[in-house]
Write a protein of this length. Structure first.
Length: 474
């Protein structure tokens, strides 16, 4: 890996992010009566898209909004400009990563896309109106009455599968805002995050803005690389990153397979696998270090396998590190849809070897980023390890990463720098090379720590089921 390329400046990236940050600051105070100091943020985003098809509409929107006369159409234009800028940042960073790892760039999927059915126009308009009211008030002007206006819209949207994606986004966004009401008392505003959610939701309210991914079928061998676990208080998702080798001898592709489940907040750690295992046999294959043979497995245009156990069977043993050294360098990713082009979505599987470990970082040592992190010295460059993403549902820990000699992980980008999220590492134990995987317990384990954690989770789930049964009987 050409680590130096990851740290070289990308032309125009800082300017694009500065324009986004300027607009995001305007949203903090609100668009109803922008203060004189906010005009610069509005003008900045208009200047950033000058020379593009958005130029005239965004320039008009910025001028009208700065004068306090912005309407829904103007806010949509500003959200589109912001999304386009972050999309350009995403594309530039993905190209840089492809150059650094020497891997083929993204290619279109044969599945393509099809026009989605338009949802109920009145519900989309209602959602758009609520989002515009939020923008007028600004994050410092929100209150419970304003935020509560999303509830009836979400309730009306949820029964319609075509609107469920937007409904879920609005519901989660409203919940975050409600937890911070009133806005005037907030000590710290998550400026970028709330602006991301607002802009994405606003564009999703436009009829025809989202094209439904056409689902194709693939047949061949799936070679798992690792599992990324994403956990929230009431839900958990495991996303398996893998290399797919087509049966017809075509070029290998990078794919993902995900499984999600609701969960009580008392189920944590290794207990999460109990909720996920029944829904995807791939987790067992990951735990056992096996490939899977796929036959007509559905896949979207973005490379997400719509997992169906009936289309898969366990294959031969397949070591993830062998896959990373042999098959990963030639595997091409699928293309990303326009609305999903965002730097936060970058998660590129990479193998890093031959590095040194600086050890745990502490606050006040003069290194920006946070406490208790790890930094790898790769070809003279410092690559931070994103230890916060290492799940507690497996044997991989920051201490294990610190003693490793090879790391298979996801290259991400956050806060202006590339980070490495470990999925698995190789380390030497008693003169033998041993692999430790974050998803080692996905299909079950004989590891003592894993068994104890699973038993605790089983006891918690049993108690919850008994209580739920009593409530239902009442």
């Amino acid at each position: 890996m050409r680590a130096d390329l990851l740290f070289d400046a990308v032309d125009g990236l800082d300017e694009a992010l500065a324009a986004v940050d300027g607009f995001d600051e305007v949203l903090v105070g609100g668009l109803l009566r922008p203060r004189p100091g906010q005009a610069g943020g509005l003008a900045g985003i208009a200047d950033a898209v000058a020379g593009t098809p958005l130029a005239s509409r965004v320039a008009e929107a910025a001028d009208r909004t700065a004068a306090g006369a912005g309407d829904e159409g103007h806010f949509v234009a500003l959200a589109a400009a912001r999304t386009a800028l972050l999309g350009s940042v995403h594309d530039a960073l993905v190209v840089r990563v492809a150059e650094a790892v020497g891997r083929p760039g993204a290619v279109d999927s044969p599945a393509g896309s099809v026009a989605g059915e338009e949802g109920a126009v009145n519900l989309l308009a209602a959602a758009r109106g609520w989002l515009c009211d939020l923008a007028r008030a600004g994050w410092q002007g929100i209150d419970h009455e304003l935020v509560g206006g999303a509830a009836p819209v979400v309730s009306a949207m949820l029964p319609d599968p075509a609107l469920r994606r937007l409904a879920t986004l609005l519901d989660g966004f409203a919940a975050e805002l409600a937890a911070c009401c009133p806005g005037a008392t907030q000590e710290r505003v998550p400026v970028r995050r709330w602006a991301d959610l607002w802009a994405r939701a606003l564009l999703l309210t436009l009829p025809g803005a989202v094209s439904a991914s056409a689902v194709g079928e693939v047949t061949g061998r799936l070679l798992p690389l690792g599992v990324d676990v994403q956990e929230h208080a009431t839900a958990v998702q495991a996303q398996v990153h893998a290399v797919f080798e087509p049966a017809d001898g075509g070029a290998p592709r990078l794919v993902r397979a995900s499984v999600s489940a609701p969960k009580p907040d008392t189920v944590v750690g290794a207990g999460l696998w109990q909720l996920l295992r029944p829904h995807m046999s791939l987790l067992g294959a990951v735990s056992e270090g096996r490939s899977m043979d796929l036959d007509a497995m559905p896949v979207t245009a973005e490379g997400d396998l719509v997992w169906d156990d009936a289309c898969a069977r366990a294959g031969e043993p397949a070591d993830a590190f062998v896959t990373a050294r042999v098959a990963l360098p030639t595997a091409a990713p699928f293309d990303v849809s326009p609305l999903d082009r965002h730097p936060a979505r970058i998660a590129v599987p990479v193998l890093v070897e031959g590095y040194g470990v600086e050890g745990h970082r502490t606050e006040g040592d003069g290194v920006e980023g946070g406490a208790d992190g790890l930094v790898l010295q790769v070809a003279g460059h410092r690559l931070e390890v994103d230890t916060e993403r290492v799940p507690a549902a497996g044997p991989l820990t920051p201490e294990v990463v610190a003693s490793s000699s090879a790391c298979l992980g996801l290259l991400r980008w956050d806060a202006g720098e590339f980070l490495l999220q470990p999925l698995a590492v190789e380390r030497t134990v008693r003169k033998k090379t041993v692999a430790v995987h974050a998803g080692a317990w996905a299909g079950g384990t004989a590891d003592k720590a894993g068994v104890r954690a699973e038993k605790a989770a089983t006891d918690a789930v049993t108690v919850l089921r008994e209580r739920a049964g009593k409530l239902l009987r009442k």
